[in-house]
Design a protein around this ligand. Structure first.
Ligand code: SF4
Ligand code: SF4
Length: 223
């Protein structure tokens, strides 16, 4: 957590629709011993993005549910007695949460224009750029991977009258295998792959390893 967030009341976890990737959902399910149905909703794919899946003719996306204690808050937001709020799944929070409130602007780490806290709270001269850059690249990478997983479903189960439990089973099966593949590659190599996956041809070796990984998951999820 940044120093800025440490004294905040967690406004970014209110009144927002948190769209998650399949790997976010899989990690949370594993770590919290939950069922997907207990923390996810399948809402319309609006605005259209990666990881949209078909249930019949409708394109849906996965979102975190809302909090039983406050319907404006994320289901995982903890309301503490001192008035502060904390993420209840901080170590496993979705990558879209790990990148907030930064974005890439022309390839550089920058503060989002629609930041919910005071922009003045974020001194861009003192932030840890490699930390934010890595998180942003990871978010883009996971979104891309999840797009492949959803497309494999759309080619088969989705358009054949697939159900939400059927889609959850597809996500679980794919990410069981993808997580095993990541373990095989090893954390250090996988981080290196994430850091280089969008770099141009000069990084030929990394590009080749990314292509191999993406082809492998495409094949796994088509089975
Ligand atoms: S990102 Fe902004 S709104 Fe969210 S916890 Fe940090 S300071 Fe607060
Ligand atoms: S998962 Fe955590 S960080 Fe993300 S919106 Fe929910 S409470 Fe906030």
């Amino acid at each position: 957590m940044s120093d800025t967030c440490a004294t905040c009341t967690g406004m970014c976890c209110y009144d927002v629709i948190v769209r998650v990737t399949g790997y976010d959902a899989w990690r949370i399910k594993q770590a919290q011993a939950l069922q997907f149905e207990q923390f996810l909703t399948a809402g319309p794919d609006e605005p259209a993005g990666q990881g949209a899946f078909l249930l019949g003719s409708e394109r849906r996306a996965l979102y975190l549910g809302k909090n039983a204690a406050n319907e404006r808050a994320c289901t995982f937001l903890m309301h503490l007695p001192d008035g502060f709020r904390r993420c209840g799944i901080y170590a496993e929070r979705p990558t879209v949460c790990t990148v907030y409130p930064m974005t890439f602007t022309n390839g550089s780490v920058a503060l989002r224009a629609d930041v919910r806290c005071k922009a003045a709270n974020w001194n861009m001269a003192t932030i840890t750029y490699p930390y934010w850059r890595r998180n942003l690249l990871e978010h883009l990478f996971e979104s891309h991977v999840y797009g492949i997983v959803a497309e494999r479903w759309n080619e088969t189960g989705g358009k054949n009258g697939g159900t939400l439990p059927g889609y959850f089973a597809h996500v679980e099966r794919c990410f069981d295998s993808i997580d095993a593949l990541r373990s095989e590659i090893g954390k250090e190599s996988f981080d290196d792959l994430i850091l280089h996956w969008q770099q141009p041809a000069a990084e030929g070796d990394a590009q080749g390893r990314v292509a191999d990984f993406l082809n492998e998951i495409s094949s796994i999820c088509a089975r």
